[in-house]
Design a protein around this ligand. Structure first.
Ligand SMILES: [Zn+2]
Length: 288
């Protein structure tokens, strides 16, 4: 599953490639699961919209849209909001890649892969396609442009806010890091890696962690995410970047997926435990 760094990499790649392009028409497949908003609404919002930008929010890819065509009578409460200063109405297209979703920018002649659920024809002559074999990915629109993912952005949170998120929480710190209502977009790999760097065991109760340790964790989490973004994401599975290239250079995991292998710091075998149904990896010597 693509994690925050992969989604950031994909969003940046897409921003470079499609910003300024206009969506001329939209084709949506028959499968219901990928469509979180009704098909008609997705088509209404996307068609004749200019892509003003692409960014990541948590693990969502958000396309900021400007309406360029005649605004079709919205009806049913789907009001297209006027942006500040009486500018053009804005809306958003939100893509969550799920497990195996990917976005492809290509020439129309490129063979359409199996499991393509959406094709956007762009005024540049290219197509933007959404492909997802396992169909855990989701497409939706926010016709008023006010989409907001839950939780705070881990790369933007300051130490005070960070400590506050975990105050009084009796759950293991690992579960709290994965709780999307607290931090958006932190997944299993980066939770394990940041806990290792901060020297905190994944099972430690969040409420019992000292401020000093939180300060270390706050730095470590940003560090691992930034390193992974720099390397272009570190995904393991089926996923392709915005240029259609497969495989990303992988951040060297210090504990994640290294059960029984020697800790890179002290050579103690890395342990694996299951916390709230998720595998957690840690060094019993380096992490307290
Ligand atoms: Zn160790």
């Amino acid at each position: 599953m693509p994690e925050l760094p992969e989604v950031e990499t994909i969003a940046r790649g897409l921003a470079k490639r499609v910003t300024g392009d206009v969506i001329e028409s939209v084709w949506l497949g028959q499968k219901k699961e990928p469509l979180k908003s009704p098909a008609a609404e997705i088509a209404l919002v996307l068609e004749r919209s200019r892509i003003a930008g692409v960014r990541r929010m948590g693990k969502h890819i958000v396309f900021e849209l400007d309406r360029v065509g005649p605004v079709i009578s919205p009806g049913n409460g789907h009001k297209l909001k006027k942006a500040g200063g009486g500018a053009r109405p804005t809306a958003q297209w939100i893509v969550h890649l799920g497990m195996t979703g990917r976005l492809q920018v290509c020439d129309p002649q490129t063979e359409t892969p199996k499991h393509t659920h959406a094709i956007l024809k762009l005024s540049s002559g290219r197509e933007l396609r959404f492909i997802d074999p396992r169909r855990f990915g989701r497409l939706s629109v926010a016709s008023s442009g006010d989409f907001d993912a839950t939780g705070v952005e881990p790369l933007e949170v300051n130490l005070e806010q960070f400590v506050e998120l975990f105050r009084g929480r009796k759950t293991p710190i690992k579960s709290a890091l994965l709780n999307q209502k607290l931090l958006r977009g932190v997944g299993n790999i980066y939770a394990d890696e940041s806990l290792f760097r901060a020297g905190i065991r994944p099972r430690r109760q969040a409420a019992n962690i000292t401020r000093e340790q939180f300060a270390k964790l706050h730095i470590a989490l940003k560090e691992v995410l930034r390193e992974a973004i720099k390397l272009g994401g570190s995904s393991v599975s089926d996923y392709v970047n915005a240029d259609g290239e497969e495989g990303f250079f992988q951040l060297q995991h210090r504990v994640y997926g290294r059960e029984s292998e020697p800790c890179l710091v002290c050579k103690t075998p890395v342990k694996r435990v299951v916390i709230a149904g998720r595998s957690s990896h840690y060094c019993p010597k380096c992490q307290k």
